[in-house]
Design a protein around this ligand. Sequence first.
Ligand code: SAM
Length: 384
Amino acid sequence: MLNFQSKHASFEQRNQLIADRLPHAGSWILDVGSNTGFTTQFLGNLGHYALGVEKMEKEYATACGIAGQTSAFMHIGVSPAFFANSPEWSAILLLSVLHRIYAFDGEACMRDVLRQCGQKTAMLFVEGSTRHARYRDQGQPPPSFADQDVDAATAWHEELFREVLGDDWAVQSKHVLAHTKKEPQRILFHLTKTSRALDPLRLRPGDVIELDPARVGFLQFPEFHKLHRTTPASLGQAPPGDWDVVLDKDCFWGARYEGGRGQDIGMISLSNYHFLTALKQRFHEGKAWEDTAWLAWMRETAPSRYNTEQKIQKRLRFIEGLYDDCVSGRYRFSGDDLPLVNVGRLDRIAIEDGRHRICVAKAAGVARIAVKVNALHPDHRFAL
Ligand SMILES: C[S@@+](CC[C@H](N)C(=O)[O-])C[C@H]1O[C@@H](n2cnc3c(N)ncnc32)[C@H](O)[C@@H]1O
């Protein structure tokens, strides 16, 4: 590989532009093609957690020499396989590296790497080259913009982002940076997923997210859509006060039949929710429904869904069918009628609506379910 001039003219400016746009303090950053590690280390020194990946042995070794407490390096050439099971990152940096992947591995591979990055973060920084030689020096055809034409190279990159990342992504800013004598200018693009453009990794009411149902640990009590009878739950209205505190309480059904109105508002741990206990007894321990405290309560209290024996049997068959579908992978959480969750402090996630589906998915060990975010506590720290 040709030598890369490790500090270009506006290197400090570029690193600062990136640092100023990271989504939060303590961001987790993947720096692809980290070379001797200066950008990785710069961000690590600012208190971020930065991992540089570099395919060249010598550059990687140099980088290891400057690794700090929160910056580290990996000696690997990234490929689509590298990203397949990677965690999600606060930001991914592709600084002057896409054109080298183009040069060495071809345009299709470069596009694939960019696509994969788009699936593992909501924020990308791409520094693009304007000089044909950097794309062609290993025998690949030149890109379709005029050599060294900054406007044309910008348009080419933007077209690439549109095609590969899709409409979900937007260029937030572009900077033309002074580079070297041979290539006077390169372009730095800052891209974010548009739905989160202002605050990329933070949830908003109405977001549909996928999560492991094991992360849902509470039941909202009372459910907000029962409190605000005229307000659709999907509007995300939360009552004032500490609605995400954990109540020392158990329940069989929820507010409607257990005196929810006028009581303390909060979250009940699902370990105190008798419906989930009954599911575990039935499906994990093989108990009869008749032997669960939950069904005994249902028979005694007779909420509308269970107020005749026929309705009870129908409902139990429904739950058994749902469980089988979840276990066999036939059940999909999709469509307009997704379960709703509220997100409180300390990652407390409570069921707002869809308790049967979420609890059955938990009992069946489903890996991921789609849910819609209803209310968010202003101090929540839940990140996707
Ligand atoms: C032009 S340098 C850019 C360095 C740094 N990102 C910057 O802009 O300051 C490109 C670096 O990417 C590395 N590289 C190229 N293809 C790579 C790949 N598939 N995986 C990891 N590193 C790669 C090269 O070895 C080189 O160190």
